[in-house]
Design a protein around this ligand. Structure first.
Ligand SMILES: CCCCCCCC/C=C\C/C=C/C(=O)SCCNC(=O)CCNC(=O)[C@H](O)C(C)(C)COP(=O)(O)OP(=O)(O)OC[C@H]1O[C@@H](n2cnc3c(N)ncnc32)[C@H](O)[C@@H]1OP(=O)(O)O
Ligand code: FAD
Length: 672
């Protein structure tokens, strides 16, 4: 009996033969990836979406203008909510809703994009009970459309420099919201340009001329019926972007726009009618919506890389090009070692990013419930972890997706592959929710504090316990029985710990010489972000280890362990310079790692298609001609190209308008 439930009549025979080689059951692997409950829900909702034609793309988005994209996704999102009760088991389950949206709408954006991912989380975490009643309930019930307006034209990263003001007017019990300059215009918020009628706006709270820093305010920006901007508000779309072009990221200006005092979100910080300010229990509690998105991004980015890996691996099993042995016929391109080396490490990364996504969401939920009780001890740990993961995962995802695109040759460059779109969406993640370099430095700050604690014999938190352990001088890789990978994981730990202590010592030395803390930090900023990256890569490797250990089914554990061991080898080679610097690894050990990696590429090869099938992306969700489950790539590429808007007529007007007159004139000149 085949272990692969993906096999269906009419499939490309090559893919069927590949699927029959699997050593594990794909549905069980899907359960390991998503969790068994969510895997089942995903499968069921995909089938329901298939049957509901109102949720289907009216044509391929690649052939649409921006306005058509916006309108198409507005249509589908409305239909999606109209049918939601028939499709999902629990509409309040963010994960289930994300997968519904991924199937029906895709990732280019829709009018409720930021509404669900930031506006509602901001209200849940920062609105008091009365405010929740007033806005959260209508927001959940889709009576209003909200966005999160924080970034300004002149200020994104440095929130302390935001210019938008919320000045308290005691006489009227109102705040006056004002953007005094062009650089103060809110810029970038998703779904702001044309869709939203409400926004959570970050603005400096000013009472009696004193600034209390930025706080969040609920502002209605458009009339609920006419959708026209309210008086004192200027709003519009910021124009086309690399991707997310079905999202109307917008600009927003305020000209002394008045809102009631109670529109400041007051669960934690408060202002009473006399202008008396109450501080929140933690200075950064107002940043919670950002932390929420950072925490969901990890798993989503893993999914994006998983999608690109699925496309590239399936296509590599259909595409034949060149011969390995002369005269024996063209081979599947996945049989080339270089192709395996290009793709399998990306697949392994996709898996571990999804596992890490799950872990980080669990920590986020814990911190959220603590915050509800006014308890904020774990907020710093969560901020450090999400800052590092957000940066490392988005960076590696994008690098990995680019490998997937190139692995598809010319067809990878076509939008038909589906990779350019998800690449564009994923790469946005390097910038939004905190530019990667900046967020790595946030983690580095935490790590430097952790070193101080370590020197006192204490740990700052669970994530940095390993700093208390002594450093080994030499690695045991290749010196233990074959099949033991403990020393590999120990090498990640060693590299991270060494870099963290090294940069901490360098900072101390600079300050001992009289340099200020801030300037010393600048001199060592590149090394600091390296420490943050290495710490995060250790976290990821350890997370993969935890996952493999937790799997009960022997076949699944074995197939996962192959991916895990490949990950250890590949990532170690990627950062091997750190281990060579202090002779922790010797040249023969590096060779050992390489050889073991090549061996693992061969081991993984027969399971390749089933490892990507296990993501269980439906064809509708993948939106890729190259990555079709049935493998019928070429006939469908031809069909897709014929849909191009340029093929609506054999001769387009520009020929008669420009090219024909030019050629006629040239011919006439040559006849003279
Ligand atoms: C259905 C799901 C679909 C998902 C897909 C998503 C699609 C939507 C697409 C995009 C949405 C995008 C939205 C956005 O981009 S919203 C805008 C995001 N903006 C940012 O992220 C700005 C980044 N900047 C910052 O966060 C901050 O300015 C900062 C953290 C870089 C610095 O803040 P600052 O107040 O200046 O603090 P300090 O550096 O001085 O640090 C002081 C202290 O505070 C600690 N700290 C900072 N932030 C936090 C936090 N969030 N939680 C806890 N603690 C924090 C910091 O570590 C310092 O601690 P100390 O060392 O102990 O003093
Ligand atoms: C697709 C997308 C969606 C978005 N959606 C929203 C939204 O819904 N709501 C919203 O409010 N915003 C949104 N944003 C804005 C986003 O949050 C900001 O663009 C982001 O926080 C980075 O800020 P910035 O653009 O000011 O970059 P900058 O801070 O200007 O960064 C430019 C460069 O300067 C470097 N740099 C800046 N500060 C430092 C520092 N302290 N140390 C070292 N290097 C530094 C950065 O590393 C980077 O290389 C979105 C952006 C994108 C791309």
């Amino acid at each position: 009996m085949p272990l692969n439930k993906e096999i269906q009549p009419g499939d490309n025979d090559e893919l069927t033969r590949e699927r029959l080689q699997a050593t594990f059951d794909t549905q069980q692997m899907a359960a390991a990836l998503w969790g068994s409950d969510l895997a089942r829900k995903r499968r069921e909702l995909a089938k329901k979406v298939d049957k509901l034609t109102v949720l289907h793309d009216s044509k391929d988005m690649s052939f649409m203008t921006r306005e058509e994209k916006l309108s198409e996704n507005a249509r589908k999102v409305v239909q999606m909510f109209a049918h939601v009760a028939d499709i999902v088991e629990d509409p309040s389950d963010d994960a289930e809703m994300f997968h519904l949206s991924s199937n029906a709408i895709g990732h280019e954006g829709h009018p409720f994009g930021v509404h669900f991912v930031m506006f509602i989380p901001a209200l849940k975490a920062q609105a008091d009970d009365e405010q929740r009643e007033k806005w959260l309930m209508p927001a959940l019930g889709l009576q209003l459309i909200g966005t999160y307006a924080q970034t300004e034209l002149g200020h994104g990263t440095n929130l302390r420099a935001l210019e938008t003001m919320a000045t308290f007017d005691k006489a009227t019990d109102e705040f006056v919201i004002h953007t005094p300059t062009v650089t103060a215009l809110k810029w970038w918020p998703g779904s702001l340009g044309k869709s939203s009628n409400h926004a959570v706006v970050s603005a400096n709270l000013i009472i009696d001329g004193k600034s209390y820093g930025h706080h969040n305010f609920m502002v209605q920006i458009r009339d609920e019926n006419t959708h026209k901007p309210l008086k004192g508000i200027t709003v519009g779309d910021i124009g086309p972007k690399m991707a997310y072009n079905a999202s109307d990221n917008g600009f927003l200006g305020f000209d002394h726009h008045r809102i009631p005092r109670r529109n400041m979100l007051m669960r934690h910080a408060k202002v009473d009618k006399n202008g008396v300010y109450t501080k929140p229990p933690h200075a950064k509690i107002g940043y919670s919506a950002m932390v929420h998105v950072r925490s969901v991004m990890i798993g989503h980015q893993g999914m994006f890389l998983g999608s690109a890996s699925t496309i590239a691996i399936r296509y590599s099993l259909v595409r034949r090009q060149g011969e390995i042995k002369e005269g024996s016929g063209e081979v599947k391109i996945l049989d080339y070692q270089t192709q395996q080396h290009r793709l399998f490490p990306q697949l392994a990364r996709a898996y571990v990013f999804m596992f890490a996504g799950k872990e980080v969401r669990e920590l986020y939920q814990k911190v959220l419930s603590d915050m509800e009780k006014g308890e904020t001890t774990l907020l710093a740990d969560l901020h450090a972890l999400t800052s590092g993961l957000k940066s490392v995962v988005t960076h590696l995802c994008v690098a990995g997706m680019e490998q997937c695109r190139m692995a598809c040759g010319g067809h990878g460059y076509s939008r038909a592959s589906g990779i350019p779109e998800i690449w564009g969406v994923a790469v946005g993640g390097c910038t939004y929710e905190g530019e990667n370099m900046v967020m790595l430095l946030q983690l580095a700050r935490y790590l430097m504090k952790a070193v101080k604690e370590t020197k006192k014999g204490k740990s700052l938190g669970r994530l940095v316990d390993y700093l208390l352990l002594p450093q080994d001088r030499h690695s045991l890789i290749g010196r233990v029985p074959q099949g033991e990978y403990g020393p590999h994981l120990a090498a990640f730990e060693h590299i991270a710990r060494r870099q963290i202590f090294k940069v901490a010592d360098e900072l101390t030395k600079l300050q001992d010489k009289g340099m200020s803390k801030e300037i010393a930090w600048q001199k060592k900023a590149v090394e600091l972000q390296r420490a943050a990256r290495l710490h995060t890569r250790f976290y990821l490797a350890a997370c993969f280890h935890r996952k493999v250990q937790s799997v009960v089914d022997g076949r699944i554990r074995e197939a996962l362990a192959d991916l895990y061991h490949l990950h250890l080898n590949y990532e170690l080679l990627d950062m091997v310079n750190y281990a060579l610097e202090d002779a922790y690894l010797k040249a023969d050990q590096v060779d050992f790692i390489r050889e073991d990696m090549y061996r693992l590429l061969e081991t993984i090869r027969p399971n390749a298609i089933s490892l990507v099938d296990a993501f269980e992306f439906s064809d509708r969700e993948l939106r890729s001609v190259l990555g079709r489950r049935d493998g019928h790539v070429y006939e469908n590429l031809y069909k897709w190209a014929k849909e191009s808007e340029l093929n609506r007529a054999d001769v387009l007007p520009y020929f008669d308008k420009y090219l024909k007159p030019m050629m006629l004139a040239a011919r006439q000149r040559s006849n003279i």
